[in-house]
Design a protein around this ligand. Structure first.
Ligand SMILES: [Zn+2]
Length: 261
């Protein structure tokens, strides 16, 4: 399915050129995405959007950097990167991203979260969401008893792929910390564009630990939730959008890579 088709899984999806993306800023209830996950799976590990440009489209989000050089966290309008050496630092706004999604976060709902695992926490967030929401963004501030985090090392070989990066990924545990977790929930039908289901990245309050969340156990926290009606995707010139729509084999591969399942 071409992504110019409009409504996919309850979200209005629009494909933008780089020039259109530059003019397309400042909408509420809209998620903005740099390229597609399917492009990343096919080895398109260089993007044409800088982190500075990405931040024009939103103040909360996640993604990666060119050549998969770590896990990107956008929080309060600041971009941070968790690299595979476990360092956490602010991102140079001139660096580029081959895949990221952000929104101008204006939460509609705030609610307390009880203790729980990744699934239990996201179920509580689902329950807070406005009824009928297809796409959600969330910010969670929590005390984390334990989190299993992941980062990926920069891929410098001639034809790098996401699979190479994930094969070289680094997983590490963080315990007993105060952290913010940001992310999105996308419906199954956007498979290929995005990761269906919940995708969360974590950064500690002291900004020393961060990564893609593989597993989670919180003691308590607060969640802020917003739904998005629109997803605007900037696809770099020359990048094939790929197949959009649920694909069981791709979903299995992604689930293995992104959730260790
Ligand atoms: Zn991630």
């Amino acid at each position: 399915m071409p992504i110019d088709d409009g409504l996919i899984g309850g979200i209005h999806v629009a494909r933008l050129s780089r020039a259109e993306a530059a003019a397309d800023v400042g909408h509420d209830r809209e998620a903005f995405q740099a390229s597609t996950l399917d492009a990343l799976l096919r080895g398109e590990l260089r993007g044409d959007l800088t982190i500075g440009e990405l931040l024009d489209h939103g103040d909360l989000g996640l993604g990666t950097l060119d050549l998969l050089d770590g896990e990107l966290i956008v929080l309060d309008g600041e971009a941070w990167v968790a690299r595979a050496d476990r360092s956490v630092s602010r991102v140079d706004p001139a660096l580029r991203t081959p895949f990221a999604v952000v929104c101008r976060f204006r939460p509609e709902v705030e609610g307390p979260l009880g203790a729980g695992s990744f699934d239990q926490v996201t179920e509580q967030v689902d329950a807070l969401a406005p009824p009928g929401s297809a796409c959600l963004s969330v910010r969670i501030d929590a005390h984390v008893r334990r989190a299993r985090l992941r980062s990926v090392p920069r891929q410098d070989q001639p034809r790098p792929t996401l699979a190479d990066a994930v094969a070289a990924q680094v997983e590490y545990d963080a315990t007993d910390l105060h952290a913010t977790i940001v992310g999105f929930r996308f419906p199954r039908d956007v498979d290929g564009l995005e990761l269906p289901g919940w995708h969360l990245h974590l950064i500690s309050r002291d900004r020393t630990i961060a990564g893609h969340v593989m597993a989670l156990e919180i003691t308590a926290g607060t969640a802020w939730v917003e739904h998005q009606d629109d997803l605007h995707v900037e696809v770099p010139a020359g990048v094939d959008v790929g197949r959009i729509g649920f694909d069981a084999e791709r979903a299995r591969r992604l689930n293995r890579m992104e959730r260790g399942g």
